[in-house]
Design a protein around this ligand. Structure first.
Ligand code: HMG
Ligand code: MG
Length: 298
């Protein structure tokens, strides 16, 4: 498979990035982050989660965020929805795209969404049906595609099965998540070999956390398998409250630096992303977690 000449960057900073922050981030700062990201050329900015505020307090202001952002016509602002209640909230906030999230690990599924993998897929059915009826785009995530914080190594066949089930539910795209950032390119190859037997590359995205510094290598490996959508988080924000040991997502500016250098088009302005990385890092009171933002400075 040849590498794609264009990659879609799917920004998850305002959602995956901020959900793991212990201190409450002001709603105004979340809105300012999304509004800045909207001016960078990004086409997808995952803005919030309509999940239980008891489980993820940081996302409790999802409706306020969705109501106040300055939506740009060329940007889609997807939100996470674990069940029909979340989907209803998302629709009241006029989300055009929602994401359901499953796991390839039974234990992580229980810890993250309080049900088994099978139960989660059953729970997603009415969400998928509603999305189909409403014309809402439906994305799917599979977590723990290589390792689970509780179970260790996960079988690629288990990942392929969940990915195929999400595709059957009508997801236009399935994002494969290395939730705790432990995969190496060898793991990525094994996972993609298995998943690509069930779901075509055009319907896949990759979502690497960067705990062990393997994310860019894994992305490069994924490009060689024809994957052309990459999830990333400005400033390397990120983590999952239910995945102990997970660090930030791969930084959007680090991915961009690599893709720009390889002459792979994204239509995203790296300087504006770096400015935004410094903006949100200042809000959080620490330097960006990316090599590129630190190297380039403000
Ligand atoms: P549960 O406790 O089993 O839910 O949680 P329930 O249906 O029994 O309801 C219990 C209470 O939650 C009720 O309220 C419901 O109204 C409320 P109460 O009567 O007690 O006051 N509730 C909700 N409130 C708002 N929005 C909702 C909602 N649903 C129920 N949608 C549940 C099950 C799925 C709700 C819970 O486990 C949950 O919200 N989990 C979300 C966890 C999460 O957001 N994790 C992070 C995102 S996943 C991730 O980061 C991985 C990813 O990045 C990819 C990767 O890196 O691998 C995507
Ligand atoms: Mg994640």
């Amino acid at each position: 498979m040849t590498r794609p000449s264009h990659v879609t960057l799917y920004e998850v900073g305002p959602r995956d990035g901020l959900q793991a922050e212990k201190a409450t981030v002001a709603t105004a700062d979340k809105i300012a982050l999304i509004d800045r990201l909207s001016q960078t050329g990004l086409r997808f900015i995952e803005a919030a989660s309509f999940v239980s505020p008891k489980w993820v307090p940081q996302m409790a202001d999802a409706s306020e965020v969705m109501a106040a952002i300055a939506r740009q016509p060329y940007v889609t602002y997807p939100v996470l929805t674990p069940n029909l209640q979340g989907y209803t909230g998302a629709m009241m906030s006029h989300a055009q795209s929602v994401a359901i999230f499953a796991s390839a690990s039974e234990t992580f599924s229980q810890k993250n969404i309080n049900c088994s993998i099978r139960e989660s897929l059953d729970r997603f059915k009415p969400v998928a049906e509603a999305a189909r009826n409403d014309g809402t785009a439906l994305r799917g995530y599979v977590s723990c595609v290589a390792f689970c914080p509780y179970e260790g190594r996960i079988a690629p066949a288990a990942v392929a099965e969940v990915a195929a089930r999400l595709a059957d539910l009508g997801c236009y795209e399935i994002s494969l998540g290395d939730t705790i950032g432990r995969a190496t390119p060898a793991d990525t190859e094994r996972v993609l070999e298995a998943v690509l037997k069930r779901v075509e590359a055009a319907k896949l995205a990759v979502h690497f956390h960067d705990t062990y510094g393997q994310a860019l290598a894994n992305i490069l490996t994924s490009l060689d398998y024809g994957i052309a959508t990459v999830d990333a988080s400005v400033g390397g924000l990120g983590g999952c409250p239910y995945a102990p040991g997970a660090s930030g997502n791969v930084a959007t500016e680090d991915v961009l630096y690599m893709l720009d250098g390889m002459d792979i088009k994204t239509d995203v302005d790296i300087d504006k992303i770096i400015e935004t990385a410094w903006f949100i890092s200042d809000v959080l009171g620490r330097p960006p977690r990316s090599k590129t933002a630190v190297a380039q400075g403000r």
